[in-house]
Design a protein around this ligand. Sequence first.
Ligand SMILES: CC(=O)N[C@H]1[C@@H](OP(=O)(O)OP(=O)(O)OC[C@H]2O[C@@H](n3ccc(=O)[nH]c3=O)[C@H](O)[C@@H]2O)O[C@H](CO)[C@@H](O)[C@@H]1O
Length: 419
Amino acid sequence: MAGLVQSKGRLKASLLLAQAPVMLVFGTRPEAIKLAPVVTALRSRAIPTLIVATGQHPHLAPAMLQQAGLQADIDLGLHRPGITPPDLVGALVAHLPTLFRQHAPRLTLVQGDTTSAFGAALAATYAQLPLAHVEAGLRAGHPTDPFPEEMHRRLIAPLACLHFAPTASAAAALRAEGIPAGRIHVTGNSGIDAVLATSAMLAGQAALAADLRARFPLLATPGPPWLLATVHRRENQGERLSSILAAFAALARGGGARLIVPVHPTPAVQQRTTALLGHVPGILLCAPQDHAALVWLIGQTALVLTDSGGLQEEAPALGRRVLILREATERPEGVDMGAAQLVGTDTHAIIRAVHAALALPPLDPCFPYGDGRASHRIAAVIERWLHRAQPTRAPRPVINGRKSGKLVAMGAASSTMTG
Ligand SMILES: CC(=O)N[C@H]1[C@@H](OP(=O)(O)OP(=O)(O)OC[C@H]2O[C@@H](n3ccc(=O)[nH]c3=O)[C@H](O)[C@@H]2O)O[C@H](CO)[C@@H](O)[C@@H]1O
């Protein structure tokens, strides 16, 4: 009898979950990379998910999901040439309510600090739907730098009821802003789950590594060490980009290093990079790579030079030092551990830092941003939350501008967990 009651309870719970999925909204390459393991972990617990692509990175983001064996259930296709962050936020606030009405998500989940993440967070909040934030609590120090990412992170925080902080210091930043401790869960960064999974896949597939060696035959040629370099951030465009690229050119011309540079498709970056580095001996420009190739490239190079957030996290996990080509970082843990150095964008400072870093002994893999189990922790918290939070009100349909029906109430907070 007890068993029957229990199985009826389970059945009721699973029906509840099935009727009301977790809606994950993402738009860019790094969100796709970092959300793919979260989707897999949710699905492994039989939590239904609905993946919504905004179209912010129309080619890069779906390709990254595909690599993880996933695809978007719905693609809003909101990208158009010249679209600005406010345009995209406006489009998301206009389009997402229809999906909220059709799919009645119990929880909307966003990752990081992109315009897609902020627009979806705002739309969910207008619809009075509970919001979860993966990679919560990163702060670079200034409210609008990097712009608009820091503004996005800070504005998403008060809207979310579940905050998945990658590190203890990210959790502390949230608490300092008044987020109740019980809503914050220190999980590690799901990007580390992704990079470790990709690295294990590469180790297990000799044919894939052979393909990559064939794709980049120059890397096997004798000569100075290869460095991996990427630059794309909005705050580094213009003169700062020229200053960084001048350092790359000088390093290659000086014969101390060779650089492989996957060039971001943003026109302002692509044009200047091709113009300044296109014909410099010792510099290999290439298209953006799939995640497996990028992870392989980190392993083939001696040092990573970047303004990317994700690469700052990934390189130490793969035993590579990072020189951060920015004035500030929201990821201080790698610097504190000696795996990363904040170098800035001055040409001479970059050259000096490269020579100094190349003289250091090799770095052992280290994990300031997580142990590869963040997605499992995130899914476990969401599962508990779904079972605990009562759907007291259903999503409110808006018909001819009039609201009727019921709303899903903001969920109760669950306890902090670090395990
Ligand atoms: C400084 C900053 O505000 N960065 C934010 C930005 O990401 P972020 O600066 O990391 O964005 P990038 O476009 O550099 O993406 C990094 C990811 O793309 C991969 N890669 C890169 C180049 C390539 O050719 N192929 C490839 O697969 C890297 O391995 C890494 O996993 O949005 C992320 C998603 O919300 C946030 O987590 C970051 O905080």
